[in-house]
Design a binder for this molecule. Structure first.
Ligand code: AMP
Length: 485
């Protein structure tokens, strides 16, 4: 899971400030590496490992000139720490094109071994974006004449759809304009915004609407599944539908990834989490257990905890204080380091636990590292009863579309009943959402009763229809090997 932004400003402007503000707004989508490529007479780039504020200094802003820019923040995944893999990527020849993406190409190894080999193209990195870039640039070069028109971009996107499998939302620039496209199932988001200043009209395409908010862009609209956008010399957005598959946006965006102040495909992430909290309150009530307080695991569970508590007539309290300067625990190489960091990251407030029956609410249960420790801390702080609640169902299947969650055997809820899970994490009871309730909550929040989602990580159904057991096994092997180091 990563974040991106692409901007086309009026002639004579520099878009780097908007790009960096945008990247900061989606830093939560990737803290492992950041990069920007701009165009003014030629491509200029700055990329590096680390947070946006660590990678970019004033001197880079002087150099990253021009009205066209694309930027990216990378989500950390085990074994993907190479700086050669940092996005965006670009080609100066045979056609100048820069690109960034969010997702995962599931046939990257096959493409590398057959299609690229056959065309004598040697990829320079292990990043699957490079495969998309070459297929796109190759097709664009064959089509484009004097200048690039929407039909040329459409043909290039068609070629990408034909050859590249998986989930990928893509944004980028050429010397003449800005493009974006969403994979045929629209698994990952892209939203387009527009603003007008005395210099002229600016367009920005990004992973989340918060990017548009922070720099004063108005929402134009989300791209549809299988749709492309080209904004060229006429400065008009050209939307063209390239594929015609059912839209299956990733539901985990609403659960964990996106910021609560973002809207994805018109649905407020905040509203979705509030509704998820309400649903869980209803199912807690059916247990007949008594509780004194709801304590969210910061940060993502805060929104749902408020409505859950409200529905149950309980206070919602900050029982854990998060040290925001401790890095992400989730992708640490082994369980021992992960456990130590969780403790360093979350410190309890005794008064919220002592002598109380506590509902602790988190967004998800994956390997159980957080839940086990949190339950243990709550008990050390004198909690009488500890009920562990998750506003999504437990994760059971690997995501092959860009979220490096875990391998199957690591999912703590796999092959365990809720009672066994409660025993395993030391809680008096474990409560989680059903897949149906989760889907319904997001539908209700968006007023979209018919909407379907990619719920592969919860339910094991992969919408692209091309995921085989052997693909899952081989990806898991790669992840295990990378984790071993
Ligand atoms: P675990 O402790 O392994 O059960 O993981 C659950 C915790 O990790 C929750 O607190 C989530 O907020 C967080 N989490 C879930 N999925 C991810 C992910 N893909 N990347 C980073 N953190 C995650």
């Amino acid at each position: 899971m990563c974040g991106f932004i692409s901007i086309f400003g009026p002639d004579g402007t520099d878009t780097i400030h908007d790009v960096l503000s945008g990247l900061l707004a989606i830093q939560h989508r990737g803290q492992d590496a950041a990069g920007v490529v701009t165009f003014k007479d030629r491509f200029q780039a700055k990329k590096g490992l680390g947070l946006v504020r660590e990678v970019f200094a004033d001197k880079h802003l002087q150099r990253l000139k021009g009205p066209l820019a694309v930027g990216h923040v990378r989500y950390p995944t085990v074994g993907m720490g190479e700086d050669t893999d940092v996005q965006p990527f670009w080609l100066d020849y045979p056609v100048g094109v820069a690109m960034a993406h969010n997702g995962n190409v599931t046939n990257f190894h096959e493409l590398r071994g057959s299609y690229f080999n056959h065309r004598h193209i040697h990829l320079a990195s292990n990043c699957d974006l490079e495969a998309v870039l070459y297929v796109f640039a190759d097709a664009l070069m064959r089509r484009a004449g004097e200048g690039i028109d929407p039909g040329d971009v459409r043909a290039a996107v068609r070629e990408v759809f034909d050859r590249v499998k998986g989930a990928y939302s893509v944004v980028g620039i050429t010397a003449e304009g800005m493009y974006a496209f969403r994979d045929p199932f629209g698994i990952k988001p892209i939203i387009l915004g527009k603003k007008t200043t005395p210099e002229g009209v600016w367009y920005a395409a990004a992973s989340e609407s918060v990017v548009l908010d922070v720099s004063g862009y108005e929402v134009v609209r989300d791209l549809a599944a299988g749709e492309m956008l080209w904004i060229g010399k006429d400065r008009e957005p050209h939307f063209l539908q390239v594929a015609d598959k059912p839209h299956r946006p990733c539901i985990f965006e609403y659960i964990y990834f996106a910021r609560p102040d973002s809207f994805l495909d018109g649905t407020s992430v905040y509203e979705a989490r509030m509704e998820l909290g309400r649903r869980l309150a209803a199912s807690f009530r059916t247990t007949g257990f008594h509780a004194d307080v709801v304590v969210p695991v910061p940060e993502s569970a805060k929104t749902a905890a408020q409505t859950m508590a409200e529905e149950l007539g309980l206070p919602c309290r900050e029982g854990f204080v998060k040290n925001r300067y401790v890095g992400r625990t989730f992708i640490m190489p082994n369980d021992e380091t992960r456990r130590a960091s969780i403790r360093a990251k979350l410190n309890p407030i005794r008064a919220e636990f002592e002598g109380k029956d506590v509902i602790i609410l988190d967004d998800s249960i994956v390997r159980g590292n957080t839940s086990k420790q949190i339950v243990a801390i709550a008990r050390q702080m004198g909690a009488r009863k500890v009920y562990f609640a998750s506003y999504s169902p437990p994760l059971l299947f690997p995501c092959l579309y860009g979220i490096d969650m875990s391998t199957k055997r690591e999912f703590i809820a796999r092959d365990r009943t809720p009672e066994e899970l409660a025993r395993e994490i030391g809680a008096d009871h474990v409560l989680y959402q059903t897949v149906e309730e989760m889907i319904d909550a997001v539908r209700v929040a968006g007023g979209t009763p018919e909407r379907e989602f990619c719920t592969a990580c919860f339910a094991g159904e992969y919408p692209t229809g091309d995921i085989t057991e052997s693909m899952i096994a081989s990806i898991e092997q790669d992840r295990l090997a990378a984790a071993r180091g």
